[in-house]
Design a protein around this ligand. Structure first.
Ligand SMILES: C[S@@+](CC[C@H](N)C(=O)[O-])C[C@H]1O[C@@H](n2cnc3c(N)ncnc32)[C@H](O)[C@@H]1O
Length: 300
């Protein structure tokens, strides 16, 4: 992961945006309304998302077994932006750091949060160059409160890059890290968490998703897991890291974060999919969670 495909923009970032575009068109009521995703993706994926036959052909007929990852991608971003809004309203959060931002369009949809947030999008340089180009094409310019921060989590120092870009370590921040941890080495994940912790004022929040190890996947989810792993590896983005929820909590506790909420595949189904027949259950091997930075105990 650390070398060759870093030279090119992430293909999975485009695919996730295409999932959000398709969801808004074909799954009503939408669980998450990404009103800019359609404009962010390549012309090919725009056609696929808009055209009923093409959409069915690719999503159901050719890649039907991968559909649980579509649900996953929608639920995790819904969870994230709901928690972001809460944290801005109740926790004095004034900065939003989108790690591995890909084609995330929050900066174009921020509405009433625009006056209250500074946004930092962190991504590997080639993905970020593609993103900047799309934002300018769609919006005419980069939103005033958005700063792009090119970072490779495997080699760069996130904390230094963010501080140099104007991040204020004295103001609580909301960090999201979606669709990315499983593409990184364990060292890059630990190092990034250390650096997030060093930047995060008490009360800061962190939302991310992670992949379960194979032994946690129920038998019915094995075919999906294998096909997904092959699908992304063929596109130069192999999934290489997994965590159990206990390991993840221990890792976060190590850097001073406590869990506030954790959403397993079963919990996600319960919260977001009740009564729906148009979307399958989310992927059986991914979870997302919300953590808060604890205040340091005062020395006696
Ligand atoms: C599947 S996309 C997710 C994009 C976005 N978070 C979303 O959910 O739509 C994975 C993202 O991780 C980024 N990424 C992967 N490896 C990275 C690395 N070593 N350093 C920085 N970003 C990385 C890619 O550039 C890409 O934007």
């Amino acid at each position: 992961m650390a070398t060759e495909h870093k030279q090119k923009a992430s293909t999975t970032a485009i695919l996730v945006a295409a999932i959000r575009a398709s969801h808004l068109i074909w799954n009503q009521p939408a669980i998450f309304s990404d009103t800019y995703a359609l404009q962010m993706v390549t012309p090919f994926w725009r056609q696929v998302a808009k055209n009923r036959l093409l959409n069915w052909l690719i999503k159901d007929a050719l890649l039907g077994v991968l559909k649980p990852i579509h649900t996953e991608a929608i639920l995790r971003v819904r969870f994230t932006e709901d928690r972001l809004r809460e944290a801005v309203s109740t926790k004095g959060v004034g900065q939003y750091v989108i790690l591995g931002a890909g084609l995330d369009t929050f900066s174009l949809r921020q509405g009433d949060l625009a006056d209250r947030l500074r946004i930092f999008e962190v991504d590997q340089p080639a993905s970020q160059a593609m993103k900047r180009e799309r934002v300018i094409a769609v919006n005419g310019s980069v939103p005033d409160n958005l700063t792009f921060v090119p970072v490779d989590f495997e080699t760069d120092h996130l904390d230094e890059r963010l501080r140099d870009s104007g991040f204020d370590a004295g103001t609580p921040a909301f960090f999201s890290w979606l669709g990315t941890t499983y593409y990184l080495t364990g060292n890059a994940i630990s190092d990034t968490l250390d650096r997030i912790s060093s930047l995060a004022a008490a009360g800061s929040r962190l939302v991310f998703d992670y992949k379960y190890p194979r032994e946690m996947v129920p038998p019915a989810g094995i075919e999906f897991t294998e096909k997904l792993e092959k699908f992304v590896a063929r596109r130069g983005e192999p999934m290489i890291s997994t965590f159990t929820p206990d390991d993840m909590n221990a890792e976060l506790a190590r850097v001073g974060f406590e869990e506030l909420d954790s959403v397993s595949p079963a919990e996600a189904t319960e919260r977001y999919l009740k009564g729906r027949t148009d979307m399958p259950a989310p992927a059986p091997n991914f979870a997302f969670a919300l953590f808060a930075k604890k205040s340091r105990k005062k020395k006696q």
